[in-house]
Design a protein around this ligand. Structure first.
Ligand SMILES: [Zn+2]
Length: 101
């Protein structure tokens, strides 16, 4: 996986283009991720009974990972993720500053 939970990303395509946020949850099987504060829908719910008072529920919808670009935590630039293999382990690397991320 090129991206992981906690990464700061920017949306590059679509109606949320230019928005930034942290990855809240990642769904590797479907290639999607939810980003805090991006693609949030508010749903108004009606009062059903005393236990469910109703109100506004915020729901973050996942976005396709292909629409996201990583913001490097080291250099702060929009970058693509590269990989380096060190001691048999794959590590992520920023293509801009060449640092491990
Ligand atoms: Zn970097």
């Amino acid at each position: 996986m090129k991206l992981k939970k906690g990464d700061t990303v920017m949306v590059t395509i679509g109606k949320d283009k230019g928005k930034k946020g942290k990855i809240e949850k990642i769904f590797p099987k479907i290639g999607m991720a939810t980003i805090s504060g991006v693609n949030v829908y508010k749903r108004h719910t009606k009062k059903r009974d005393e236990k469910m008072p109703g109100g506004i529920i915020e729901h973050t919808r996942p976005l396709t990972i292909a629409k996201l670009a990583l913001i490097c935590p080291k250099c702060g630039k929009l970058t693509r993720v590269g990989f380096i293999v060190a001691k048999g382990e794959k590590e992520r690397m920023c293509r801009k500053c060449k640092q491990k991320i």
